[in-house]
Design a protein around this ligand. Structure first.
Ligand SMILES: Cc1cc2nc3c(=O)[nH]c(=O)nc-3n(C[C@H](O)[C@H](O)[C@H](O)COP(=O)(O)OP(=O)(O)OC[C@H]3O[C@@H](n4cnc5c(N)ncnc54)[C@H](O)[C@@H]3O)c2cc1C
Length: 213
């Protein structure tokens, strides 16, 4: 499906929010992703990106980090507004129907917070007890902080490179995050997801849903 780039907002030089036109009758679930495809330097390039938007919002939102020498993440940072890109159908099972518990704990690192934004909105709508943990390096990268602070959830931003209430890494706070009645959702780099999932398993947690970027 061909869609237009509508708006872009840089969080810093390497991180940006990208709003994209939503095709007519395009239905997706919170937590899903799609591919974005474009022709870059005469080659067709296709990469996956999670929806940071909730399906009840009008347009599609993505939260993207520029990867050094990365083809798509730099291309999308630079192409003019109004340009056309190709997106695929929604995909993935990082969705709330995987949780049969009233309590859900979302743990995202870096851009791994993207699918957690719509999942959190959805979990609140479903009256679940929600904890959102966002691991980042710096405070300015707590991109959805305003929203998370407004919602009736517990929001735990953990900063590794700046002083804050929660300083360090998710691993440092894991004992405070153990609930036997919760489903855990973890999203971030493969290394992060595996490490946190293994740590949770070692604490007796077995309801874990993961998405690795
Ligand atoms: C299910 C899924 C959902 C995703 N959702 C998002 C999202 O919401 N936001 C987002 O920003 N990304 C997301 N990604 C990652 C995205 O698909 C791309 O891999 C990423 O944007 C890099 O693509 P690129 O074309 O810019 O880099 P490429 O041209 O593919 O890579 C260039 C070089 O960078 C290296 N590289 C690739 N990725 C990284 C990285 N993360 N860190 C450091 N080096 C890297 C490669 O090994 C290569 O050497 C998701 C991936 C998956 C599988």
């Amino acid at each position: 499906m061909k869609v237009k780039i509508l708006k872009r907002e840089f969080i810093d030089k390497d991180h940006y929010l990208l709003w994209v036109e939503r095709p007519k009758d395009y239905n997706y679930k919170p937590g899903q992703f799609t591919y974005i495809e474009s022709t870059i330097n005469n080659n067709k390039v296709r990469r996956f990106y999670s929806f940071a938007s909730h399906p009840e919002e009008e347009n599609l939102l993505f939260y993207i980090k520029r990867v050094p020498n990365g083809l798509m993440s730099n291309y999308l940072a630079e192409i003019p507004l109004g340009s056309t890109i190709e997106i695929g159908n929604p995909m993935g099972h990082f969705t709330l129907d995987r949780a049969d518990t009233d309590r859900v704990i979302f743990i995202g690192a870096g851009t791994g917070i993207a699918p957690i934004r719509p999942l959190t909105i959805e979990a609140v709508k479903q009256n679940k007890k929600v904890i959102v943990v966002h691991q980042e390096r710096y405070k300015h990268l707590l991109v959805f902080r305003d929203l998370f602070e407004q919602l009736p959830i517990i929001y735990i931003p953990i900063l590794s490179k700046e002083q804050s209430e929660y300083h360090g890494h998710v691993q440092d706070y894991i004992d405070r995050l153990i609930y036997n009645d919760a489903t855990y959702y973890i999203c971030g780099s493969r290394q992060f997801v595996i490490e946190i999932a293994n740590l949770l398993k070692s604490k007796g947690i077995n309801k874990i849903v993961i998405e690795a970027f």
